[in-house]
Design a protein around this ligand. Structure first.
Ligand code: PD2
Ligand code: ZN
Length: 280
């Protein structure tokens, strides 16, 4: 016997409605399934139940670029110095695919200014709240302070007006460079409350509440941003961006995301992580 997509969907739906696994096993056996098989697939489905469960209440407010920021209908956003097109949007999580966040010249300038300061990317060590080298993030990067140059001032003001979230709640703009074969394995950007390092990490600015990933070039192969819980893959296209928010530090936000391996060429991105409060 095997778990068909229909059976998998039935299990997810019943668990989400609050059905007891024991009752579901009985129902499966009643329609001819082997009891051991029924028990096994219910056991395997428990993590799915958590994802499908009705959303628990939000723990904090989040930015929403679409809140009263519509210029010409639901696909064009007014920003400080122009307009940005919404190519696609998702409700839960709040996720937007945006076109024209940066110009070609701005992307090129960010790459050029990053080149001399690139270092192998570090990830946050969730135990200590410090940073560490991590095999899951085989890229190199650097960051820019908000007021580092005219260019940074202009871009940061645009991001703040796009996201409708104060610039002072933003972490410094991170630049990442992926060479061929480099990737970023799926993760959540918020800090897990169960991690020992989290109190230290949230002592400055509170939790992360949203992410804006801007693509600075077009990789020749691979390098998409994937959202496994949504079955969504966002192509890396120069100047475009993906925005998503998470109103609680929990997998039920469905914001698991990763960067697929670059199979040809290279990939450059700029990431702005946004906090609940001022990040100083
Ligand atoms: O480069 C990406 O596509 C990617 C994937 C996952 C970037 C991030 N996370 C990030 O900057 O948080
Ligand atoms: Zn991420």
């Amino acid at each position: 016997m095997r778990l068909t997509p229909e059976l998998s969907q039935w299990i997810t739906e019943q668990l989400a409605r609050g059905c007891a696994p024991q009752d579901m096993i009985q129902a499966l056996v009643a329609v001819g399934h082997d009891p051991a098989f029924a028990r096994q697939i219910l056991e395997d489905a428990q993590p799915k139940a958590e994802l499908a469960a009705p959303a628990r209440s939000a723990t904090h407010a989040v930015p929403d670029p679409l809140a009263a920021n519509l210029a010409e209908g639901p696909h064009v956003l007014d920003v400080s110095d122009g307009r940005i097109t919404v190519l696609a949007q998702f409700q839960q999580p709040r996720l937007l695919v945006l076109q024209g966040v940066l110009s070609q010249a701005e992307c090129a300038a960010l790459i050029q200014e990053s080149q001399p300061k690139l270092e192998r990317s570090r990830t946050i060590d969730r135990e200590s709240g410090g940073t560490e080298l991590n095999a899951a993030r085989t890229s190199e990067g650097t960051y820019f302070h908000h007021t580092e140059s005219e260019l940074l001032l202009r871009i940061n003001q645009r991001i703040a007006s796009l996201t409708r979230w104060p610039l002072e709640n933003g972490e410094p703009l991170q630049i990442l460079h992926y060479g061929e074969g480099a990737q970023y394995e799926p993760h959540y950007d918020y800090f897990d409350p169960a991690d020992p390092g989290t109190p230290k990490l949230v002592s400055q600015g509170g939790q992360r509440v949203a992410t804006l990933i801007i693509y600075l070039n077009d990789p020749q192969g691979g390098g998409a941003t994937i959202f496994p819980d949504l079955g969504l893959e966002v192509a890396a296209v120069q100047g475009n961006a993906v925005f998503f928010s998470y109103d609680r530090p929990h997998p039920s936000t469905r914001t698991l995301h990763g960067g697929t391996a670059v199979t040809r060429g290279e990939k450059w991105i700029a990431t702005r992580w946004m906090r609940e409060g001022p990040y100083r």
